[in-house]
Design a protein around this ligand. Structure first.
Ligand SMILES: Cc1cc2nc3c(=O)[nH]c(=O)nc-3n(C[C@H](O)[C@H](O)[C@H](O)COP(=O)(O)O)c2cc1C
Length: 640
């Protein structure tokens, strides 16, 4: 019997029959045209996910009116979008998969998502003190609300006409509808604010109106936040009452998420969360309603099998795992679990940087390229450096048919990624190194370890192409005392090479610095953070989801953090800082440097012009995140 028999049992949501219990969660993409229309790239992105074996795809958020337009939202506010949506839904149906589409007015989410179009109005139930930034926040009027209700019903009509099997109402994470449901965001005194019943009037009206317009048979899933994850926000108890009210209004299922995205990272839980943090809330909602409940958020297939088998929830939705590996369900069903490219929950897929990518799947959003054509005449290709970029490039280039050798100067593959995997919570990052190692074997890449290759050695091997992936080295600081014995690099603390004695001061405020401070504080050490810049990096954090969880942990642990604070010197037993216009000796027996890295690109420079093709990839071009490294690798693999 299949290990996942409960997961692959048929199920239903209202009148919609599903082949199994796995659902693709809605995931906004920017593969849409400037108006929000469906593109060929978008169809290419959904097709493998439909073929990959989920029972239902909840296609990404779509805008029920012009005002709800977001850079990552499909348009569904006009009949002109119906033909494109029809094409998309047909492509999904062709693979035997059902499809719903999510309807969303982002409201405040337009800010939290970081992708704010310049001309956008930020519509909110109420303007609160904590809505920051120089943005055109606008309170919606009662007349607006009546219009929105009709917009959602019309959008549902278009979805049905285009062939969708259901719609999902986005009523969570602090979007416009979710905002009305939250006491933190809804401070209104009219019939849409105040009591719990009043705050539910808007979402209830939407569900009722969709049902009036399209008939009771057309399934409406409601995605709710079963808790805002912020003091004063929706609690699980209130969320249970909200679900009951929405069930009365006609909801056919609840998709249980959580977290007010502007203020917490819980809705896309990154590696810092242990287990499946939203699941207990989904189980509570299940106990309150009779219709099916969909759980989501860092749920592994094994946990999914268990909770569905035990009737604790009815369906499990997966988001990031299907970005990482669209074929995940089929691989499970066919007993090929060891072939799955597992999501690491690193959240590089929701970084503020473009182009967006996935660390373990560099072909994400470029699905058409995922099979670069086999080559006619194999080349001799040398890859120098066995970190993520080098390994990924070696695999892809060898898969195309070239003869590839990989040289790594240390005695193990993985490079700086091994340091990342040593950070508590990131242990699963090692899974990716292991997958790449197996793939290197499979693709017949010759791997040489302990091989610190020089320019002369490269030239002697007469390669046709060299890919330099020599990574980066940690930066120091040009201040007195930097060479003292008590100064160590954060990387060495993570790997256990450096011992931290007595009181510690971390210099730097990027994620690496915050993580090392958290590690030490959790070990019971007295630690502080000092940085010339902002928390999260010089320009602020690139990944707000990870940042929110790390900064919250800093607060919980009470780690003193001195920002905009230059470090002048490392003295005996202290770090000399300039704080509030004064010189302060901050006590520190061990000083930990976490001030970034510097590219190691010497070999690439030396080889330029001496080998027919020389490419640099990964951190040796510029220190960036791991998704950028594997993205570089895929780009180069196409070229050679
Ligand atoms: C790239 C990306 C885009 C997302 N877009 C949406 C969206 O449009 N609507 C929504 O309700 N949730 C969105 N989410 C949240 C996911 O639907 C899902 O709830 C979350 O990723 C947690 O599930 P997972 O652990 O299986 O990834 C998005 C998440 C990611 C990573």
């Amino acid at each position: 019997m299949n290990k996942y028999s409960a997961l692959f049992k048929p199920g239903s949501i209202g009148t919609m029959q599903l082949e199994n219990r796995l659902i693709m969660a809605p995931l906004g993409t920017i593969l849409i045209d400037s108006e929000g229309g469906v593109t060929d790239n978008l169809i290419d992105y959904y097709r493998p996910r439909a073929a990959g074996g989920v029972g239902l795809i909840i296609a990404q958020c779509s805008s029920p009116n012009m005002e709800a337009k977001a850079l990552y939202s499909l348009g569904i506010y006009d009949d002109k979008f119906v033909p494109g949506l029809k094409q998309l839904f047909q492509a999904i149906h062709k693979e035997g998969t059902k499809v719903a589409i999510q309807l969303m007015h982002p409201g405040l989410l337009i800010v939290a998502g970081g992708l704010v179009a310049p001309d956008v109005l930020v519509k909110v139930p109420s303007i609160t003190s904590w809505m920051t930034g120089d943005l055109p926040y606008t309170e919606v009027s009662e007349a607006d609300i009546e219009g929105y209700v009709e917009d959602y019903a019309e959008a549902s009509r278009r979805a049905k006409e285009a062939g969708a099997d259901a719609v999902e109402l986005h009523a969570c994470h602090g979007c416009l509808v979710g905002g009305f449901m939250s006491p933190l965001m809804n401070l209104r005194t009219d019939q849409y604010g105040g009591s719990e019943e009043n705050r539910m009037r808007f979402p209830r009206r939407i569900v009722e109106r969709i049902k009036e317009k399209l008939g009771k048979d057309f399934p409406v899933i409601v995605r709710i936040s079963a808790g805002d994850d912020v003091p004063g926000g929706v609690t699980i108890e209130e969320a249970m009452r909200q679900a009951v009210m929405l069930e009365e209004a006609g909801a056919d299922a609840f998709h249980v998420s959580a977290g007010l995205e502007y203020l917490t990272g819980l809705n896309i839980p990154c590696y810092t969360y242990t287990g499946a943090p939203i699941l207990p809330m989904a189980e509570k909602i299940k106990s309150a309603v009779r219709v099916p409940v969909i759980a989501v958020g860092k749920i592994s297939p094994e946990l999914a099998e268990q909770i569905i088998g035990e009737g604790r929830v009815d369906f499990v939705a997966m988001g990031r795992p299907l970005l990482a590996d669209p074929e995940l369900p089929n691989k499970l069903r066919e007993g090929r679990r060891d072939e799955v490219r597992w999501c690491l929950h690193c959240n590089n897929c929701v970084s503020l940087k473009l182009p967006l990518s996935c660390t373990v799947n560099p072909f994400l959003y470029r699905e058409r390229l995922s099979m670069p054509p086999p080559i006619q005449s194999p080349k001799k290709v040398l890859i120098i450096g066995g970190g993520l970029a080098g390994m990924q490039a070696a695999v892809l280039i060898a898969q195309r048919g070239h003869n590839v050798s990989l040289y790594e100067k240390s005695n193990e593959l993985g490079g700086q990624w091994n340091i990342a995997a040593a950070v508590p919570g990131k242990e699963c990052f090692a899974d990716f190194t292991n997958i790449l190692k197996r793939s290197l074997d499979k693709a017949n890449v010759q791997v040489a370890l302990g091989a610190n290759v020089t320019k002369e050695q490269v030239l002697a091997m007469k390669p046709d192409a060299v890919v330099v992936a020599t990574g980066a080295v940690p930066l120091g600081l040009d201040i007195p005392g930097i060479s003292n014995k008590n100064v160590v690099q954060s990387n060495d603390v993570f790997t256990g090479k450096a011992e931290v004695k007595g009181r510690a001061a971390v210099i730097g405020a990027r994620f690496n610095a915050i993580e090392v401070a958290i590690l030490l504080a959790e070990q019971g050490k007295q630690v502080s953070i000092v940085s010339r810049g902002k928390l999260g990096g010089r320009k602020g954090p690139e990944n707000t989801f990870v940042f929110k969880t790390l900064s919250r942990r800093l607060l919980e642990l009470g780690i003193p953090t001195y920002l905009n604070t230059p470090v002048l010197e490392i003295a005996d037993g202290s770090v000399v800082i300039e704080w509030g216009g004064e010189i302060v000796f901050l006590p520190a027996d061990t000083v930990i440097l976490a001030v970034g890295a510097q590219s190691d690109n010497l070999l690439a420079k030396e080889l330029k012009g001496l080998v027919p093709e020389v490419y640099s990839i990964g951190d040796c071009v510029k220190p960036r995140d791991a998704a950028a490294a594997t993205f570089d690798a895929a780009r180069i693999a196409e070229k050679i």
